[in-house]
Write a protein that binds this ligand. Structure first.
Ligand code: S3P
Length: 450
């Protein structure tokens, strides 16, 4: 995995071809580890994403008393401690770059009578944690931070938690999951209310593990309730390919003439497919084949054939939760389309691994693409491929999705695009360069030992 260097150059490439899989879904991988740790007995996860973010969750849970081990590539054994059975860790828990790890784990320990200190890398230490701190405090736990509720944060969990009902002010699967996980160790029923439904992997998995969870949609609101003190039974979990990783080769195939690819076994949970819906609206030749359910999650094979008439569209705010991680790569596709693409209601992108609205605008402007950003909106004027110069260096800092987005753009620009900070790709898609090159992309790691 360390065979990725920090500088990668993407060069003009000819059509992508092939049939392949992408690594396991990151969200589902985190949740398999966490819920497996809250069950008693051995859970086996097949297809776990072996990338830095998920490995940070493994280390954190082991520090809290679970026994998680790799059995063989992609197959992991999780021996849980049961709901509420976590031990006080000996050391600070460092979640690296992973917002999902820290936010979900804060939920888990908030209702256990233990003292935990969380920290992360320079990107994670800048990200807002109020969104989980505020609701979790209502259970009765105590937080302290010297940095305005940013990491490092010390959390003293409560022994006498009371169940809460919380309406999410922003759509966030991380916050929703943190509350539901906290609610497992609380007598009574904990409820989360959300306006715009966010990914529901936690809900699906909680039900599969045996929790009593009720989810209902009432007059534009979703209400999700979980009963405390369930006996979670261990499971064998099959994790689908990550649609958020698949988005990169899919987008590249939409941009590079002559492309024809099939991605196999990709998770197509309806709350994750906003990017596919958007590409289809733009005119992409994209089809989902062999739809099937695996372990409660819908999966399918995605076929993409290049077409040269992609059109810019308005992407409504109501779609943002269903494609929150895919806006940077959508902006690249939009730059190669005809007409402008307006992405509305995307303020949340400013609080990701970097300010993604600013990072995308800066890089596209430098490449010769017309872009307009406002607080919560991005408009990209498509100039088809001809107008995109490239010949730039992007500093992706700690943001894997910015790194992969501009590397995909570099496959169609006149001059190549270099990305520094490419090491961040290891957080979610360790074989990204290898896979892209195996289907025809030209991505070069100048100092690579490969
Ligand atoms: C995630 C939820 C999303 C997403 C993140 C993973 C999850 O974050 O951006 O990459 O696994 O729950 P928010 O909950 O902040 O929207």
């Amino acid at each position: 995995m360390d065979d990725i260097v920090d500088l990668i150059e993407a060069r003009f490439s000819k059509g992508l071809r092939g049939s392949f899989v992408v690594p396991g879904d990151k969200s589902i991988s985190h949740r398999s580890l966490i819920l497996g740790s809250m069950a008693i007995g051995e859970t086996i996860a097949h297809g776990l994403l072996e990338a830095q973010d998920v490995l940070n969750t493994v280390s954190a849970l082991n520090a809290l008393g679970s026994q998680i081990k790799k059995v063989q590539s992609g197959i992991w054994s999780i021996r849980g401690v049961g709901v509420g059975g976590f031990m006080e860790p000996d050391d600070v828990i460092n979640c690296g770059n992973s917002g999902t790890s820290v936010r979900l784990l804060m939920g888990v320990v908030s209702t256990c009578p233990i003292n935990t200190t969380f920290t992360g890398d320079s990107s994670l230490r800048k990200r807002p944690m109020d969104r989980v701190v505020s609701p979790l405090k209502e259970f009765g736990c105590t937080f302290s931070s010297n940095f305005d509720n940013k990491l490092p944060i010390n959390l003293i969990g409560t022994r006498d938690a009371i169940p809460i009902r919380y309406e999410l002010p922003i759509p966030s699967a991380q916050v929703k999951s943190a509350i539901l996980l906290a609610g497992l160790n609380v007598r009574g029923r904990t409820t989360v209310v959300e306006r715009e439904p966010s990914r529901d992997h936690t809900e699906k998995m909680l039900t599969a593990f045996g929790a009593n969870l009720v989810s209902q949609r009432k007059e534009h609101l979703s209400e999700i309730s979980v009963d405390g003190f369930p006996k979670l039974r261990p499971l064998v979990i099959k994790i689908p390919g990550d649609i958020s990783s698949a988005a990169f080769p899919i987008a590249a195939a939409c941009m590079i003439p002559g492309s024809n690819i099939i991605l196999k076994g990709i998770g197509i949970n309806p709350l994750r497919v906003g990017f596919l819906d958007t590409l289809i609206e733009m005119g992409a030749n994209l089809r989902i084949l062999n739809r099937r359910f695996v372990g409660g999650e819908l999966i399918g094979d995605i076929r993409v054939i290049y077409t040269n008439d992609l059109k810019g569209i308005d992407v409504p705010e109501s779609r943002s939760a269903k494609m929150i991680d895919e806006y940077p790569i959508l902006a690249m596709v939009a730059a190669t389309a005809t007409g402008s693409t307006t992405m509305k209601g995307i303020r949340e992108l400013r609080y990701k691994e970097s300010d993604r609205i600013a990072a995308v605008s800066k890089g596209l402007l430098e490449s010769g693409v017309e872009v307009m950003e406002s607080d919560d909106q991005l408009v990209v004027s498509g100039s088809q491929r001809n107008g995109i110069r490239g010949g730039i260096q992007i500093d992706a800092a700690n943001d894997h999705r910015i790194a992969m987005s501009f590397l995909c753009l570099g496959l169609v620009t006149k001059e190549s695009i270099e990305v520094i900070g490419a090491h961040s790709i290891l957080t979610s898609f360790p074989n990204f360069v290898e896979l892209m090159n195996s289907i025809g992309a030209i991505m070069i790691m100048p100092k690579s030992e490969i």
